[in-house]
Design a protein around this ligand. Sequence first.
Ligand SMILES: [Zn+2]
Length: 407
Amino acid sequence: MFTQSGAPGGTGTATRPRTGDARRYVNAAAVLRTVLDHGPVARSRVAALTGLSPAAVSRQVVDLTRLGLLRERPGSAAPGAGAVGRPQLPVEVDTDRIAVAGLHIGLPSTHFAFLDARGNVLYHRELSHRGRTGPAVLRPLLARLPGLLAAVPDGRAVVGLGAVTGGAVDRERGVIVRHDPLDLRDVPLGALLAEASGLPVQVDNHARALTQAEILFGHPAARRSVVHLFVGHVVDAALAVAGTVHVGPASPTGDVAHLPVPESDALCPCGRTGCLAVAASDTTLFEAAAAEGVTERPDRAALVAAVQAGDPRADRLVRRRAEIIGRALALLADVVNPDLLVLTEHFSCLDPAYLDVVRTEFARRSRLRRDAALVVAQRLGADVLAVAAGAPALSALYARPVHALAS
Ligand SMILES: [Zn+2]
């Protein structure tokens, strides 16, 4: 029933459709995307926005509705609509019938989630790795996957599985090329997950997946150009221009881990000092908090609790990291000159005061004198890992809806 498909924009392994089918697939994607952006929206407006004929739009709406992706919005007929025959109700993305699943394989745990067609989190569960690394992380995950998928809420059809992780990921082949903190090398994750789940699987680097989620569901400026910086135990970044996340030749992802941050003297395993991944990572922050006696052990929850309890030492550590991030963002913005910078970092997402520290330092350092408002915190909050996990599957769905769903 399901066709194993490659990443959106990639070659994948799908059979090449005939010309008429190809046009139909492209039109379906254009209609679905327009309804996502503008819905609830009249079919006539979809036609105007896409340049398709009203008849072509109507055909696509019928198909996409049958596939569980669109629905009519009752009680909201546009004035003047349906002068002849049955009134045409506006259409919107159906959030009730399908779901995608996602795995965010990170440190120290994996997040499993179901998302609806608008990227809303339906279900989210954290699965600890119990300190394991390497292939021992994946074996129990693969064994549990069928059971996890069976728990889809409301009898929805699960139409795809996304899997994301930090480090270098080859999304064309669905392979984790290298993830140092998890000690994973050349793992054919896409094939393993497809075998365990029977679903079409999309694998991606999580910074790219989050950038994709921003393009689909986030700030409108992200459609023009956006740099997304993720700061967690892993520090990485992704770039998208005109709605397309950049992958680049051979190199499965850009690497900002060793971007030298001014005025930082932390020693990096690469032998230099001041590399972003060491200066700004969660690992460094949590260890510093433990070393200074702010927390009993290096732990996110403990540091969050200290910050929320008003511990000035915790506040100082978090502010210091926010300044480092502001400097790194200024470097990235000066190189790329994007329309938007999205930051995913725990404390600036939690408290606007820390985002302000990032922004102030960013504006002070930006040689292009970009405005502080260029930097926004990613808005998904606690759902961020869940949305990142499902984003590759949603992205594939929006890129090729009929292809992804047709039986
Ligand atoms: Zn380094």
